[in-house]
Write a protein that binds this ligand. Structure first.
Ligand SMILES: Cc1cc2nc3c(=O)[nH]c(=O)nc-3n(C[C@H](O)[C@H](O)[C@H](O)COP(=O)(O)OP(=O)(O)OC[C@H]3O[C@@H](n4cnc5c(N)ncnc54)[C@H](O)[C@@H]3O)c2cc1C
Length: 482
């Protein structure tokens, strides 16, 4: 089969010889459109995300592959996208035309139990990372879905069940190795390239391609957790109780509140009866955990109480999104919008109860990642990750298979999300932006750090080479910091 022509942004045909030389320089793989491995390499984890069509996909095996790819793309005026776990909700890790730099095969990890640190390559998923560190009874703050990439997750902040104790994932970063827009490999840490280290802890993929992350680890073995399930008619009472109870929960506590009937909730797979499902955990002294959870388990009779002591890994697996991924890859369609609520006060509860009464055939409202404790203690300017407000990130979701259900689902998700917006307190989680929020959403998520991020973007990536992300404008019309 003849190799397809690769065309630069400026319309120039890239010489076959140049492509050959580039391919020969790689330890990984160069896959061009038309290659039999192309479709599989292009595809996303989620069948409903339109994975777009890059002209070249580089499946990097080493840092040098990433550096050569950046060089090649720059020298040949090719737009790029960067992919690790591929879970971007805004499809940022896909590009039409240009080069996809895929680091998902870079999966080495070295855990040092003596210093409680791990150096992990950027292609690991949260599940792979957790398994490696759990072999030593250790963990860091990882997302609650095993297939999410540690790279996109950590660079956007990183919320997970241990954040009340240990902060966001990015707060547990000790250093990174990264390939900059000039193709140079640099390290950033509290000692080296400090402003870059500040920027990558929340600034997403705007400053370079991270090839490895060094994390601080913490002991996490047995955990008290599981689900409490209530009929949907109890929504108001459950939320009203939680609004008071959550004010006093210890840092070790975490909760995800799922309301709906989609059958796709990770914590209640296949359940089609409308329910309120609480996925709670306490990572710490088990007796104290039992005492902390007692009021929650007793305030009202739940249909199911599956709270028990279990290994940390088992707890992490309870929120895996396999049902959603299987639904998407088997032709199911879904729509999702994200937001934030500061408290479960009466306005929020009224709004959720009202949304339930108008819900389409399949719906799911999730208030998750309850930000409290250590994740809220740093000042917003301490890292680029600015979301230090107490509260819940929310996701409103609907799914369908029959196309005539699409309009009602999309409209319900939009209007329900909009109804909660007044309770957000100007907060938004960058990693949950879906793209529908436009620039305003990006500005809200970076918050008061946007000006400084824009100046650093101008220093590190003045041409906005890294642009397929929740993008920071390097030429944002800001006051100089000097
Ligand atoms: C099902 C699901 C569950 C989730 N659960 C959680 C959760 O529990 N907690 C949470 O905080 N978030 C969660 N998220 C959000 C998740 O953190 C973001 O979607 C994150 O960006 C995914 O990272 P990724 O590497 O998988 O994605 P990708 O799509 O590969 O990348 C996302 C972004 O990061 C950039 N990027 C990727 N790799 C690199 C790199 N090596 N260097 C520089 N830039 C890079 C990409 O270009 C893109 O802009 C979830 C998302 C989904 C879809």
């Amino acid at each position: 089969m003849s190799k397809p022509t690769v065309i630069s942004n400026t319309g120039r045909t890239i010489a076959a010889q140049a492509l050959k030389r580039f391919e020969a320089s790689l330890f990984g793989e160069l896959i061009l459109a038309g290659n039999q491995r192309y479709e599989q390499a292009r595809r996303s984890w989620n069948g409903i995300v339109d994975a777009r069509h890059p002209q070249l996909i580089v499946r990097c095996a080493r840092t040098s592959d990433v550096a050569y790819s950046v060089d090649f793309a720059r020298n040949n005026q090719l737009a790029i996208a960067v992919r690790a776990g591929g879970h971007s909700l805004a499809a940022d890790s896909f590009c039409d035309g240009g080069m996809l730099i895929d680091v998902s095969r870079m999966k080495n990890i070295a855990v040092d139990p003596a210093t409680k640190t791990a150096r992990a390559e950027a292609g690991l998923t949260a599940g792979e990372f957790d398994r490696a560190t759990q072999a030593f009874g250790l963990a860091t703050v990882m997302g609650e879905c095993s297939s999410v990439g540690i790279a996109g997750y950590t660079l956007g902040g990183g919320l997970g069940r241990l954040m009340g104790q240990h902060g966001a994932a990015c707060d547990n970063l000790l250093s990174v190795e990264l390939v900059g827009a000039n193709g140079q490999v640099v390290r950033a840490s509290a000692e080296e390239n400090r402003d870059l280290f500040w920027a990558i802890r929340g600034g997403g993929g705007n400053f370079g391609i991270v090839t490895s992350f060094e994390y601080r680890l913490h002991p996490a073995e047995q955990i008290l957790g599981g689900t409490l399930t209530y009929p949907i008619s109890d929504t108001r009472e459950v939320l009203a109780f939680l609004s008071e109870y959550m004010k006093g929960v210890p840092d070790e506590f975490d909760i995800v509140i799922d309301i709906g009937n989609s059958g796709l909730m990770p914590s209640a797979p296949g359940i089609r009866q409308p329910i309120v499902n609480l996925l709670v955990s306490y990572c710490g002294d088990l007796e104290r955990g039992r005492a902390a959870l007692e009021p929650l388990r007793k305030f009202r009779r739940s249909v199911v109480d599956r709270i028990q002591v279990m290994p940390y890994l088992e707890m992490q697996a309870l929120s895996d999104v396999r049902p959603v991924a299987e639904f998407g890859s088997s032709g199911g369609m879904m729509t999702l919008e994200s937001g934030f609520v500061q408290r479960l006060d009466i306005g929020v509860i009224d709004s959720i109860v009202d949304s339930i009464t108008k819900a389409p055939a399949s719906f799911w409202i999730a208030a998750e990642h309850y930000l409290h404790g250590a994740v809220c203690r740093p000042a917003p300017g301490q890292t680029a990750f600015a979301l230090r407000n107490a509260g819940y990130s929310t996701r409103i979701f609907s799914a369908w298979r029959e196309s005539n259900q699409a309009e009602a689902s999309v409209e319900w998700v939009r209007s329900s999300t909009e109804a909660l917006n007044p309770f957000a307190g100007g907060a938004m989680y960058m990693n949950y932006l879906t793209g529908s929020e436009g620039n305003a959403g990006v500005r809200t998520a970076y918050g008061s750090n946007y000006e400084r991020l824009s100046i650093l973007k101008r220093n590190y990536d003045p041409d906005n080479f890294f642009k397929s992300n929740r993008n920071i404008d390097p030429h944002h019309d800001s006051l100089s910091m000097s």
